[in-house]
Design a protein around this ligand. Structure first.
Ligand code: 5AD
Length: 453
């Protein structure tokens, strides 16, 4: 049997796409292996959002190609966003690749691998790299449940609801790698959720590059509600589904109906991700982000009104072209003022082909680094403060998976999406559990199950 290892870089959308490829390959008789050293085929599912992500995958691919030289039967493929972004030019750097597959062609991987393996059995020169980077019309309608009956049940599962993004933030490569926004039919999504729940799934994370825009072209508003909120309501009605999450959203997608959903739909929990990117209106304009520091602030206030216990996370880019000290100070002050408990902090990375790549007034690396460090310290302060405030309280936790170590512990998440480690038997996986918090660090909590007698 051919053994395949998939290594995934980047976001949850990529993780979900890797799961889909794994499931299709398993159904074709391939064995998926955790250990890359044991694999006959290694597939890298790549990310293009920042240069570092591309360099990592590129380095890995070059390293694997050395293994190919020792063992010509060993196959290496590059899938996903970097393949889409770089196209066949990637083959100048990595001429020995066997497979190059774009973001709309993941479903073709089993056929392509079958073909490669069939030609491999004969003698003769190495077959040419198989390449498929095309767009696929209507691909959103072809998204199916990506977990097959033979796959292990998951307490927490992803559902892809839309693909692509039309926002055109000036720093961002995603419109190129993932294409135009297109949404999947609502009935298909609800059916997939029902099947997952019947199989033991208790938490669903809805995925899309701009998930809050779900269906805005395809489906009408109903009772003043956007298609995204209509979908949330339908999923919320499913018995035995405990939690619903979504990523990645856009602040302008938090319309009044979504804000109200945090009050009316308890399965959403008390957690929202709101990518801010910058706290300077000048930089926000240059980024083509259609909100101001002020309107963003008001949105946070409205969400806190709807749901007082809300926890917030965000994404910030420091060192965007033209970011003066005053611009960064505005970001820092807003960031500190809102007091995010979680954040993904990035230094601006130039993406060829995006409008920002043409902008002048580049920020030197040492300044970007210092700004990054400053925000990191603020983040740690707020994370620790809010986590510590939970010590002694009882939280509703959804135990998600056995912790990697120590054995016997489970990893779960609070309603505010904080990680909690606690001792409990595996039969509690997927059962909402009351946990008393005993310890807090910046990144996680520890606790003990509250026993009712
Ligand atoms: N440089 C740095 N960070 C970026 N992001 C997107 N593009 C870039 C870039 N060119 C960040 C944004 C986005 C997150 C997923 O990645 O903060 O929200």
């Amino acid at each position: 049997m051919n053994r395949v290892h998939i290594k995934t870089y980047g976001c949850q959308m990529n993780e979900r796409d890797s799961e889909a490829v794994a499931s299709l390959l398993r159904a074709r008789g391939y064995a998926m292996v955790e250990d890359e050293a044991e694999a006959d085929v290694v597939l890298l599912n790549t990310c293009a959002v920042r240069d570092l992500a591309e360099q990592k995958a590129m380095g890995k691919a070059a390293h694997l190609n050395k293994r190919k030289r020792r063992n010509p039967r060993f196959l290496v493929g590059v899938l996903g966003c970097m393949a889409q972004n770089r196209g066949v030019d990637l083959l100048d750097r990595l001429p020995d690749l066997d497979l190059l597959v774009g973001t709309q062609k993941f479903h073709r991987v089993p056929d392509m691998l079958d073909n490669l393996l069939a030609t491999q059995s004969g003698l003769g020169p190495r077959p040419k790299t198989l390449v498929d980077l095309d767009a696929e019309a209507g691909s959103q309608n072809e998204i199916r449940g990506h977990i097959s009956p033979g796959d292990a049940p998951q307490v927490s599962a992803y559902i892809s609801i839309m693909q692509g993004c039309n926002m055109h933030c000036t720093f961002c490569i995603v419109p190129k790698t993932r294409g135009e926004e297109r949404s999947r039919p609502m009935d298909d999504i609800v059916r997939e959720a029902e099947e997952l729940v019947a199989n033991g799934t208790r938490e669903i994370t809805l995925l899309g590059q701009i998930v809050t825009s779900y269906g805005r072209r395809e489906f009408p508003m109903v009772d003043g509600k956007t298609p995204f909120v209509q979908l949330l309501e339908r999923l919320h009605a499913l018995p035995n589904l405990h939690r619903i999450r979504f990523t990645s959203p856009h602040p302008s997608g938090y319309k009044p109906d979504l804000v109200a959903a945090f009050r009316d739909l308890p399965k959403l929990g008390e957690y929202a991700h709101l990518p801010l990117q910058s706290g300077s209106d000048r930089i926000l304009r240059a980024m083509n982000r259609p909100y101001t520091a002020d309107s963003y602030r008001r949105l946070i206030d409205k969400l806190r009104e709807a749901q007082p216990k809300m926890w917030f996370s965000t994404d910030i880019i420091v060192g965007f072209p033209g970011e003066a000290d005053a611009d960064f100070a505005a970001t820092r002050d807003l960031f500190d003022d809102i007091g995010f408990e979680m954040a993904y902090l990035f230094k601006y990375s130039t993406r060829t082909g995006t409008p920002a790549a043409e902008m002048e007034d580049r920020i030197p690396e040492d300044i970007a680094e210092a700004r990054h460090t400053e925000l990191m310290q603020i983040l740690e302060k707020h994370s620790l403060r809010r986590n510590e405030a939970l010590v002694g309280t009882v939280e509703e936790v959804l135990p998600q998976e056995p912790a990697r170590r120590p054995l016997g512990r489970l990893l779960g998440r609070t309603r505010g999406y904080r990680k909690v480690f606690f001792d409990a038997p595996e039969r509690l996986l997927g059962e909402l559990t009351q946990v008393r918090i005993t310890k807090a660090t910046v990144a996680a909590l520890e606790g003990e199950v509250v026993v009712n007698d």
